[in-house]
Design a protein around this ligand. Structure first.
Ligand code: CUA
Length: 320
């Protein structure tokens, strides 16, 4: 049925169909009960209207069969909804390990994007068809929400924290990107588009059709910052280093001075850079200064990309 008004956005990601199927199931169940209850209501109104001489027996005290039915049937239906929804939620929350990682920083009122190759874009995201893409997102200021209806992807973008979203685009084209969280005066203008290109077109796009000159890759930019900010003075592998060596730290378990053991994920690294004393590693002196205000969110992500590139202490499969 095409009446010119699209009721649904296109299904442009692998997840879109799954999400829609669940949604249609919920609608179907709701419609079934709406019509069932509506029809019974009308039937009883007519049958037991005041002037009818339909039989009006005394109220039934209990009816085991009926009680079991109205308990078990809704239980089965809601469990189907729950399990189905949970399976989808897990799928949506776990990016595949071969996903291409793209950094996204939300800011009043724009989306700043950086590709693994170093290419940056604003309010535009170019991705290759069929390639799982993982977005590592944070905000410079307030809460935003990254929303691509055609992919059925929506994730809050929070200041001071990393969130992720992922999708595998399965058709080429240009799709809306919205900010779906009211974030100030020009919230409604915080829009953009996601352009899904064929892999060949994507390579061509990377090779030259970018307005911005390709910057360093996030890893290279992070390495440069690491040197510029003097991190390497203390964080090196030689004996007597004043800070822990960072090779292999990402994904490893770290014992802190206060006795806690934490996994060194992105949020931990972020906090260690901004608030080193809160996450002091056991055996070291609290001498590291905070870098709050010296690095912006994009630079923080680059530093973390660099630290991640120094080696992984084991595939965590979680985080960004
Ligand atoms: Cu950003 Cu609304």
């Amino acid at each position: 049925m095409d009446i010119g008004i699209p009721l649904f956005p296109e299904q442009a990601s692998d997840l879109a169909r799954d999400v829609d199927m669940l949604f249609f199931f919920l609608i179907a169940v709701s419609m079934f009960f709406v019509f069932l209850i509506g029809a019974l209501l009308i039937y009883f109104i007519v049958k037991f209207r005041r002037r009818s001489n339909a039989d009006r027996p005394d109220a039934t005290r209990s009816h085991a069969g009926l009680e079991i039915a109205w308990t078990v049937i809704p239980l089965i239906l809601t469990m189907i909804m729950f399990v189905w929804g949970a399976v989808l939620f897990f799928k949506q929350s776990r990016p595949p390990s071969d996903a291409m990682e793209i950094l996204v920083v939300g800011k009043q009122w724009m989306w700043k994007i950086q590709h693994p190759t170093g290419h940056t874009e604003i309010n535009e995201l170019h991705v290759p068809l069929g390639q799982p893409v993982k977005l590592n997102m944070t905000s410079e200021d307030v809460i935003h929400s990254f929303y691509v209806p055609a992919f059925r992807v929506k994730m809050d973008v929070l200041p001071g924290r990393y969130t992720t979203a992922w999708f595998t685009p399965n058709r080429t084209g240009r799709f809306h990107l919205f900010c779906a969280e009211y974030c100030g005066t020009e919230h409604s203008k915080m829009v953009g588009s996601v352009n899904v290109l064929t892999p060949v077109e994507y390579e061509r796009w990377l090779a030259g059709e970018v307005g911005d000159t390709p910057a360093d890759t996030p890893v290279e930019a992070g390495r440069r910052l690491f040197t510029q900010l003097g991190c390497a003075t203390c964080h090196h592998p030689d004996a007597g280093a004043l800070g822990p060596d960072l090779a292999g730290v990402f994904g490893s378990e770290v014992t802190l001075a206060d006795g806690r053991t934490v996994v060194a994920d992105e949020d931990y690294l972020r906090q260690s850079i901004l608030d080193p004393r809160a996450t002091l590693v056991d055996g070291y002196e609290p001498i590291m200064p905070t870098f709050r205000g010296l690095v912006n969110e994009q630079q923080l992500m680059q530093l973390i990309s660099y630290i991640k590139s120094l080696g992984d202490a084991g595939e965590t499969g979680e985080g960004m």
